[in-house]
Design a binder for this molecule. Structure first.
Ligand code: URA
Length: 224
């Protein structure tokens, strides 16, 4: 049943014309992974390689994501990997607000409901902003928070970190901490700006344990 509905979503993505992004589509990228995955990673949208193959994160940032997953003791076959938008934005431009709204309300939010992951790791600001509107990735990356029962872990986007030594270091550090976060997933309090997992000061990090979580406006509620 749940499997069928996810299959239906995956099929619908391939013929979707709900937003202008469909005009550049070679293959839609609905996302992939176990239908009962406990962890879901959400990127921004397909790039050149993903558009050709119809699979998420198969280009250079995907290779880096595989490395990051391995650092967290994970393999892509055991997590679900999806995107905010399912069709490639032209020239890899940012997805527009209308495109994000249409695609997430039609597909992503239904996928989340069906898969029902315990933990969602957002990759980059677009997926982070679905759950934590207005937050700054530089301030809250790596800090999990429980939102409407689900643990949201904002991470930088692998593409943003790939060629940027400082960001690479930060995202690597965040992924290395992921096993601890997952182990404690059930005990993290609602909207708790965590640092107790790793209380050691990280002097050269941009994140701060004292960073208060942003106010959570009502729009966020419809995502769940
Ligand atoms: N970047 C993304 O955000 N998603 C992909 O699937 C590939 C690259």
């Amino acid at each position: 049943m749940q499997f069928n509905q996810l299959e239906e979503i995956a099929a619908a993505v391939q013929t979707c014309t709900l937003c202008p992004l469909h005009t550049g589509r070679v293959k839609g990228v609905p996302g992939e992974g176990p239908t009962d995955a406990e962890i879901m990673f959400i990127g921004e949208g397909p790039g050149y390689h993903e558009n050709r193959q119809g699979r998420p994160f198969v280009g250079p940032s995907g290779q880096f994501l595989d490395e990051l997953l391995a650092m967290a003791g994970l393999h892509r076959r055991e997590v679900f990997i999806g995107n905010v938008v399912k069709c490639r934005p032209p020239d890899n431009r940012d997805p527009l607000p209308d495109e994000i709204e249409m695609c997430t309300s039609t597909y992503l939010m239904r996928q989340i409901e069906l898969i029902n992951p315990k933990v969602i790791v957002t990759l980059g600001r677009f997926s982070m902003n679905l759950f934590i509107p207005g937050a700054k990735i530089t301030q809250i990356h790596g800090q999990p928070r429980r939102i409407n029962g689900r643990l949201i872990v904002p991470m930088m986007h692998p593409a943003a970190a790939l060629h940027q030594p400082r960001n690479r270091e930060l995202i690597t550090e965040d992924f290395r901490r992921l096993p601890d976060i997952l182990a404690r997933a059930d005990t993290i309090d609602p909207i708790d700006p965590i640092d107790p997992i790793d209380p050691a000061p990280r002097s050269n990090s941009t994140r701060s344990a004292a960073t208060p979580p942003p106010e959570l406006p009502p729009e966020q509620m419809r995502m769940f």
